[in-house]
Design a protein around this ligand. Structure first.
Ligand code: NAI
Length: 330
């Protein structure tokens, strides 16, 4: 089911206070959007560098515990890795019967790391969009898609509240797809653990083959993504669909793309996807990542070091420095 503006009623939130816990990428944008939609918002944050911004933006800055106590809808928009501990220690004690716990990613619900009391509603509205764009697309009126899920419906109103929140943050303007937290976790993690690694492997392998054939690394790099041509192709794909944007390419390109896509043996990719999905489903990735975090992320640090020193990323860095172009130059 896909919901739009007409399916959501903001008056459900009349008289209610939304407690935004966290004021980072998502927290700030969602708080500002909700306030502009006429919803009463207070912000709960620890005493770090984000705190000043909250008051600068004109919100009341409370401790996490105070905000959780004040809120009727409690939005948990802090990093997923820390959310369960913060929830248990500072939020749960302040929850009242009939409150709503709201998250924007399913991970902690899928792996039972977050276990809100049975007397609360639990909803998910997960924007398919980065934090800054959540604000920008609200202001422009375009909106952005989200996945919505009701994970626990104690009051019987959870769906109406979730839809009102989705409208308040500006998502129903574009369309909200209903699913479950597990589905949202799966599509998110499978993009992270398979689609993006496959794309990176496709690009680094192209680099290796072309460089081995005597093409200078900076020429290879400029074709890959540093010129923004790839980003533009993806933008057109979102706008018109893949086939819809193909006519913007030369006929040679159109034929080259479609004929080789047709011939491509995707079986090894299918196996890789299946393998990663299995690790997501059976919780082995979540256990691996929890263990990694308990040790202060030695594996992640080792991988950063390994790839910083790789030929591909060295070529990327050098080409970026030499191209007088791109976001870094403003
Ligand atoms: P973030 O990294 O921007 O969060 C920063 C906020 O968390 C700050 O308010 C900071 O004070 C607070 N914080 C950090 N560590 C803390 C701790 N130990 N104790 C208490 N507060 C702490 O988080 P982001 O990226 O906005 O993610 C929030 C949620 O939104 C997550 O569930 C994430 O999966 C989800 N999400 C994020 C997207 C993004 O654009 N980054 C996209 C869609 C969903």
């Amino acid at each position: 089911t896909i919901y739009d503006d007409s399916d959501a009623d903001l008056s459900v939130l009349e008289g209610a206070t939304v407690a935004m816990i966290g004021y980072g990428n998502q927290g700030r944008s969602q708080a500002l959007n909700l306030r502009d939609s006429g919803v009463e918002v207070v912000v709960g944050n620890r005493g770090d560098e984000y705190r000043e911004r909250i008051e600068d933006d004109g919100f009341e800055a409370l401790s996490i515990a105070d905000a959780a106590e004040r809120g009727d809808v409690i939005c948990l928009l802090i990093p997923d890795e820390v959310a369960p501990d913060v929830f248990d220690a500072e939020i749960e004690p302040g929850l009242e019967e009939g409150n709503t716990v709201y998250v924007s990613h399913g991970y902690n619900l899928t792996y039972d790391l977050l276990q809100p009391p049975e007397t609360t509603d639990v909803v998910l509205v997960a924007p398919r969009m980065g934090g800054w764009a959540v604000r920008e697309l609200y202001e422009s009126g375009e909106g952005f898609p989200s996945v919505l899920a009701v994970e626990q419906d104690y009051t019987g109103d959870a769906k109406a509240i979730a839809l009102a929140m989705a409208k308040g943050i500006g998502s129903t303007q574009a369309g909200v797809v209903e699913g479950t937290a597990d589905m949202e976790t799966k599509i998110d993690l499978l993009s992270e653990q398979a689609l993006l690694p496959i794309m990176m492997a496709a690009m680094t392998t192209k680099f290796e083959v072309e460089v081995a054939h005597g093409i200078p690394p900076e020429i290879v790099m400029s074709e890959l993504y540093l010129s923004y041509e790839m980003a533009e192709i993806f933008e057109e794909m979102a706008e018109r669909g893949y086939l819809g944007q193909l006519p913007f390419h030369s006929r040679t390109s159109q034929y080259g793309q479609l004929s080789r896509f047709d011939q491509f043996d995707a079986e090894p990719l299918r196996e890789f996807y299946e393998e990663q999905l299995q690790g997501i489903d059976n919780g082995s990735f979540a256990r691996e990542w929890s263990a990694e975090q308990d040790l202060d992320r030695p594996g992640l640090k080792r991988l950063y070091k390994k790839y910083r020193e790789s030929a591909f990323f060295e070529a990327e860095r050098e080409t970026m420095e030499r191209l007088d172009f791109g976001a870094e130059d403003g």
